[in-house]
Design a protein around this ligand. Sequence first.
Ligand SMILES: [Fe+2]
Length: 192
Amino acid sequence: MSSRPAAMEVLRQEHANMTLLLDLFECQVAALRQQEDADFVLIGGIVDYFLTYPDLMHHPKEDILFHRLQELDPAAATKAEGLVSGHEALGLLARSLARAMVDHLLQETDESRLWLCSLGQDFIDKNRHHMAGEEQNFFPAALRTLSEDDWAVLGGKISMREDPLFGDLVESRFQSLHQFLADRQEVTALKC
Ligand SMILES: [Fe+2]
């Protein structure tokens, strides 16, 4: 496989991984909204993952591709306008979500529960919308425009850090979530 599809494959796989976690998180938000038991080990693992990997590794990788696209074809880059600011907004939202989760664990009030549900659904919707936009506009533009040399340089950076949940070495703090996913027979069609 050339460096170009390999690098893009990493980003697409990361989107698939995030989509899986968002589906799982949405099930937990629905349970919490209906005052059913929610699994805060899973919720905590999902929130921790979004703070750790998408925010600190996935988005920066897309940012460097986007900046290269801007250099090579500014007109094509305008179709993905808002990508970098979108990443910043999602990072802030992830931190707000983490705070709302901790507040609810400490307070356990209806107000804290409903705020966590509201922020959680907003987080899910905005991440889905953002990834769909990248796959429709940004990824195809990057594939059309960047050269093999660009992909060789940027591709090395894109695969430089192991995913702590979906990679070969699972970090201890993600073991519960990893095991939950592994126990599912069809993780690609996760049901509540
Ligand atoms: Fe992305």
